[in-house]
Design a protein. Structure first.
Length: 410
């Protein structure tokens, strides 16, 4: 991996004030197609093939960027896989990180500092939220479920000085130790209901049945309040449930089968990124779940107590199959869109809904998503074949190529 990757921006030309939102929109998608941990970019040749009326622009060079958000006053907050929180303000990248978590992290494989969110009331409280893989046992970050690293979700304060006091950290929850160093997930978002949603990967724990175990946080969508509490309408509350915020599992002595109150949905593999729909009246989102052997999938939420099927299902089929594709078992939900791996596999990564009015009307409400292996950004269009009995089965959507990152540059 080279020491730095280019930070590129796409924008729709000539859109006035809304064009800034459009530029930010595609930056959010592009960062996750370009900046997965194994990727190297040649700055001279990494030029995206854009549709007519769009352009790509070099913004700054950041080592290992993996996610970003914007403050209401226009600062871009960029997180780096190795544990740095960087600030881009007034046209330049600040030399000093706002926060350095490098000594706390395990960064082997897909681990590190992986997700960031801003509080809806950031202007008044300056809260940011970070999901990172924490070296809780201060060891060499082994891959096991006893003393491996854990996922930690915390709140910090980002003042106007762009310097975060590490002591401002408030830990909202931690997972149990991770079985493997991949399938991290960890992309927090606020819903229009004011609650935090955070899909977490299964940490390679499919052989331990973690994605289907409601007493383990791995392979789930979390839903909590902005202070780490449990929303009263979460699906697992009352008798037979417990808080799992301390160790990622029910407290010692809990009865067998106790469910974690933080869990909202289950059955995910590697939900690397997901996107809230800004055009919906309430909470509506898509989850980009990276597949294993056969299928990449985009699933729909919210789905209270819903089960997206992993490790029993992948895409529209039974796991490891592209022919056993009947309706899912009772209690499980298929993705709304899926596509088959190519010769080198596939990896659905970033996604975003296009806000109404930021681009020409033909783009209103559409969904953009990226595939790291294919090196492309697609736009999801309704009106697909929707043929479950076809070989291969198809969804009710078509994915249309929107932009290409040349494979020769990665």
């Amino acid at each position: 991996m080279r020491t730095s990757e280019p930070w590129l921006a796409f924008r729709q030309i000539g859109t006035g004030p809304s064009g800034q939102r459009g530029k930010r929109l595609l930056q959010a998608v592009l960062v996750v197609v370009l900046c997965i941990t194994t990727l190297s970019i040649n700055i001279a040749t990494a030029t995206a093939a854009m549709p007519l009326g769009f352009e790509d622009t070099f913004v700054a060079s950041v080592s290992g960027p993996i996610d970003m958000v914007w403050t209401p006053d226009g600062r871009m907050i960029i997180i780096n896989k190795n544990g740095l929180v960087k600030v881009y303000a007034n046209g330049s990248l600040l030399a000093t990180p706002a926060l350095d978590l490098t000594t706390r992290l395990c960064t082997v494989g897909e681990q590190g500092l992986v997700g960031i969110a801003l509080h809806p009331s950031f202007v008044s409280n300056h809260y940011i939220y970070l999901y990172y893989i924490y070296n809780k046992f201060n060891n060499d970050c082994p891959e096991n479920e006893i003393n491996g690293p854990v996922g930690r979700f915390s709140r910090f304060v980002l003042p106007d000085t762009n310097v975060i006091d590490p002591a401002s950290e408030v830990i909202l929850f931690e997972t149990s130790p991770r079985y493997r160093n991949h399938h991290t997930g960890g992309d927090p978002k606020f819903g229009k209901d004011g609650y935090l949603y955070l899909p977490i990967g299964d940490a390679g724990g499919q052989s331990l049945a973690w994605p289907q175990d409601l007493g383990v946080l791995h392979g789930k969508v979390m839903r909590i309040t902005d202070t780490g509490g449990i929303p009263p309408d979460n699906p697992y509350t009352g008798p037979g449930t417990a808080r799992c915020n301390v160790n990622g599992v029910p407290p010692a002595g809990s009865p067998a089968g106790t469910k974690c109150q933080e869990i909202y949905s289950s059955g995910l593999r590697n939900p690397f990124r997901f996107a809230m729909d800004p055009n919906a009246a309430g909470v509506h989102y898509y989850i980009d779940d990276v597949g294993q052997h056969s299928w990449e999938e985009i699933s729909e939420g919210p789905l209270a107590s819903g089960n997206y099927g992993w490790q029993v299902r992948e895409g529209p089929c039974a796991k490891d199959s592209d022919t056993d594709c009947g309706l899912p078992p009772a209690g499980m939900t298929d993705p709304i869109h899926w596509y088959k791996h190519g010769p080198d596999g596939g990896a659905v990564t970033g996604g975003t809904f296009i806000p109404n009015g930021v681009w020409p009307a033909s783009y209103d409400g559409k969904y953009l998503f990226a595939d790291y292996v294919f090196g492309k950004i697609y736009i999801l269009e309704s009106g697909g074949p929707n043929c479950r009995l076809c070989a291969l089965p198809t969804s009710a959507f078509n994915q249309i190529e929107f932009a290409t990152i040349p494979r020769s540059s990665v």
